[in-house]
Design a protein around this ligand. Structure first.
Ligand code: CDP
Length: 224
């Protein structure tokens, strides 16, 4: 008997495009490990801000990153990042200060290089943890981290609707400005990867987005 196929699913999309909720639902439905890579960039940003490092001080950023120890705690289906052995608190990574700084830190090659092997390594963690696969969401998953993923999705949503989603969540977040910074950086810019399956979620309820992606995942699992 052959073992069931281990599936890698990449989901990219802009701020508040619905990728986290979608990825979480798919992880539960298909027993995949869920990696929210935005939370990793946020965690690194919170850590660097906490240490008083400025994004403009390349030498200080490099020095901090050289000494960085990353780990993972799997909670349910979620792969949560640990920095120097500590779990990162949600409140610390969703603050207005982190919202404002994260795209600047994420544009630094050293920051991206620090997270690249960590993110790829989560496929092994998923296998070791008995998951059927990995669903990873972010800005460069289908383009840089897993360009050969079994399925690569890209979620679009109207910028005004995305800003409203954040307001409804009670968050101060310059969604359009982060999109602009993320798309214009030199290193791993935020793009819709060639060949990705695109879906516009502006007028779709979350359940419908999940259903559409789930159908494609099921087809792939059945060998399609
Ligand atoms: O919460 P939201 O969906 O708006 O963003 P996020 O997924 O939490 O990501 C926060 C920030 O991290 C993004 O605006 C990017 O600057 C950066 N990021 C990235 O550069 N590459 C990724 N794969 C994921 C996030």
């Amino acid at each position: 008997m052959t073992s069931p196929k281990f599936l890698i699913v990449a989901i990219d999309g802009g701020a508040a495009s619905g990728k986290s909720s979608t990825a979480r639902a798919l992880a539960e439905r298909f027993h995949l490990l869920h990696a929210d890579t935005g939370s990793y960039y946020r965690a690194l940003t919170a850590e660097l801000l906490h240490r008083g490092v400025k994004q403009t001080d390349a030498a200080a950023v490099r020095a901090e990153l050289a000494d960085l120890r990353l780990g993972t705690q799997i909670v349910g289906h979620s792969a949560d990042i640990k920095i120097h052995g500590d779990k990162v608190r949600e409140a610390d990574i969703r603050s207005a200060a982190v919202n404002a700084a994260v795209s600047h830190f994420a544009a630094l090659p050293g920051v991206r290089a620090a997270l690249l092997p960590y993110q790829r390594g989560l496929a092994d963690e998923a296998r070791a943890g008995g998951f059927r696969g990995l669903v990873m969401e972010g800005r460069d998953i289908g383009s840089v981290i897993f360009p050969y993923a079994d399925l690569r999705f890209f979620l679009h949503a109207d910028p005004a609707e995305r800003t409203n989603r954040r307001v409804r969540e009670g968050q101060a977040d310059a969604v359009a400005e982060r999109d602009r910074l993320d798309s214009s950086r030199e290193n791993a810019p935020f793009v819709c990867p060639t060949g990705a399956i695109e879906l516009d979620s502006t007028h779709l309820p979350l359940e419908e987005v999940v259903e559409r992606l789930a159908r494609l995942i099921t087809a792939r699992l059945l060998g399609g």
